[in-house]
Ligand binder design. Structure first.
Ligand SMILES: Nc1ncnc2c1ncn2[C@@H]1O[C@H](COP(=O)(O)OP(=O)(O)OP(=O)(O)O)[C@@H](O)[C@H]1O
Ligand SMILES: [Mg+2]
Length: 389
């Protein structure tokens, strides 16, 4: 455990360092606060994986705002604060900012040591390999109408509703995206372009107020309602957006437009898994081959790619073996055509699990979602016990 300390006094820094070291923890950095500089300046320098910040009553609100932004950007660092106030308002505000614990200031040695011990027991934060960020997947359509948006939205919905994953859906089909209508009555008050226009001030709070809450565990950032050739999102804006979104959710599902540009490449880079959605018709096979080749050229391993054959009907069409041979990759999932239920779901904006939970499309989507069904820690769980130590 590598601790960074920020305090108003040299004596306090020395005392806290002494307590931490006596417990066998490493203090990698101590920083002294003063009233002329904002906390933010010191936060930029923070090292280690645990940060302890001494607040004072006069500046507490401002400190919490700055810490909230810091936490949303550096979710791997656990933050504790020392505060003269431990009333309910302070505790709630600290919890909302993502602070792990509020320790009474000045702390007595036993309390501070106990708080550090509780943090140390959360072993996962000390493994630098473990990312707290959400698993992220991208859906790419081979040709228009492959069913990528229908599958992406319904896959996300199953993750949220049946698997309890706190899921965010990003509609990155900026010109023609209409994912919002596949799982809700739509439209939404805000869209993904509006958010990336304010990317510099985007934080967890602004994100929460901008997303459309489709279902209890399912939030969606829609594409703009009207197509406009000027819509553009830079790779860096998308990276900033996904960094924040991935800190707030368990799963992120992205629906991509069918062009390779800096934004889509960034999305593919970010994705842990890429679903390439196709049909068993020659034009789709040709495009699947191109997309797989592009993914390989971008350096992605085949383990990251899942070929999904949608609306699969043989009827003399190309079969799975022929597809695999032509594309040079195993088909991961085959989904049968199921027009009546799919049409009903799309026409009413109701997820297909509610139209017909026994539909064969639902079976495959569940299998796809099960890949991500590992237990997750609820980011909201028992926060009161946690924050009060
Ligand atoms: N398994 C299926 N069975 C029957 N119809 C399906 C199936 N999957 C998708 N469809 C139909 O295919 C149509 C196109 O789906 P969707 O809009 O999801 O495609 P897309 O790949 O996202 O297209 P675009 O590239 O234009 O965004 C939808 O109208 C839907 O009804
Ligand atoms: Mg689509």
């Amino acid at each position: 455990m590598k601790i960074s300390l920020i305090s108003w006094s040299v004596t306090q820094l020395a005392v806290l360092t002494g307590i931490a070291k006596a417990q066998g923890y490493e203090v990698v950095q101590t920083q002294l606060r003063d009233t002329e500089h904002s906390l933010q300046n010191l936060l930029q320098e923070v090292a280690g994986n645990v940060l302890v910040v001494e607040c004072n009553a006069a500046l507490q609100k401002k400190d919490l705002g700055e810490l909230e932004r810091f936490i949303s950007e550096k979710s791997h660092i656990v933050v504790l604060i020392l505060s003269e106030n431990r009333d309910a308002d302070t505790l709630v505000a600290a919890m909302q900012s993502g602070i792990r614990e509020v320790i009474f200031s000045p702390p007595d040695a036993t309390d501070f040591a106990a708080a550090l011990k509780r943090v140390a027991q959360r072993k996962e934060i000390f493994n630098d390999e473990v990312k707290a960020q959400a698993k992220t997947v991208a859906f790419v359509s081979c040709k228009g109408g492959s069913g990528a948006t229908f599958l992406a939205t319904n896959f996300a919905y199953i993750l949220a509703e049946e698997m309890g994953k706190n899921t965010a859906f990003l509609d990155l089909d900026l010109q023609c995206g209409d994912a919002v209508y596949y799982v809700s009555p739509g439209p939404s008050k805000s869209d993904i372009i509006e958010i990336t226009r304010q990317i510099e001030r985007l934080d967890a709070k602004l994100l929460a107020s901008s997303v459309l809450h489709v279902a209890p565990n399912f939030d969606l950032l829609p594409a703009p309602e009207e197509p406009d050739a000027t819509y553009n999102m830079s790779a860096s804006a998308l990276k900033q957006l996904t960094d924040i979104v991935r800190n707030q959710y368990d799963m992120v599902v992205m629906d991509l437009e069918r062009v390779f540009n800096p934004m889509t490449t960034q999305a593919l880079d970010t994705a842990d898994v890429i679903y390439i959605v196709m049909e068993n018709l020659l034009p789709f096979v040709r495009d699947a081959k191109r997309i797989v080749a592009k993914c390989r050229a971008l350096g992605y391993s085949d383990h990251k790619i899942r070929l999904v054959v949608n609306r699969y009907e043989l009827n003399g069409n190309i079969d799975i073996t022929q597809i695999e041979k032509a594309v040079g990759l195993k088909v991961s999932y085959t989904i049968r055509s199921s027009f009546p239920d799919v049409a009903k779901a799309i026409n009413t904006g109701v997820p297909i699990i509610h139209v017909n939970p026994k539909n064969s499309v639902v079976d495959v989507l569940r299998t796809m979602a099960e890949e991500f069904a590992t237990p997750t820690h609820s980011k909201q769980a028992s926060w009161w016990d946690r924050i009060t130590g």
